[in-house]
Design a protein. Sequence first.
Length: 248
Amino acid sequence: MAARPDPTADLHWSAFRGAIQDIFTKNAENHPDRLCVVETASSTSPRREFTYRQINEASNILAHHLVNSGVQRGEVVMSYSHRGVDLVVTVMGILKAGATFSVIDPSYPPDRQNIYLDVARPRALVVIEKATRESGELTEKVRTFIKENLQLRTEVSALELKDDGTLVGGSINGKDILENVLFSKATSPGVVVGPDSTPTLSFTSGSEGRPKGVRGRHYSLAYYFDWMAETFKLSQNDKFTMLSGIAQ
């Protein structure tokens, strides 16, 4: 009985202190040179480290591109993803644009990827270059579905954060797609979201049929991290490791 939560406990529902991307931006401004992301070494790439400033500036660039391309607050931006620093930049950039983040996992078969695209109906696509290198390009079946069924405002075809913190998005007619917004790296687009805005779109397993989309709330996302820090006594000196599947 003692292990059960107290139903009368104050859950601090009124303590929303802003969306995750706003909290992150404030931390980056206060501690720009602090280590933010460590990408562990693999068989194909070395260990890489990036500061809060580098992640903040790279995500600002992506966010400005999405906003300038017409992505609206609450619209879904899908990412063909790979677990690494590029995914962090992608998530934060999409959230700073006020959009909803969702994932195409390269390990899933094309038919399942198409179901996710059909449910999400994204208005933009961010392809992480390392996902293409490690797992191959989106298949012809998926590309055909996108062409025939979706109306993308933009596609960032090869997002990659270089070792020096430079962000590239893929070449179009000999010019990088992000080149026109590089000057905006010091500031976010300033898109305002509230506690009931939608930061994430995840999916059920589909074990009982077609996978269903599950929308998250900014309040719940921000509250979870505060709760986790308090419950497990986490501080600025602790590290958090990503172990879950990238589509979860």
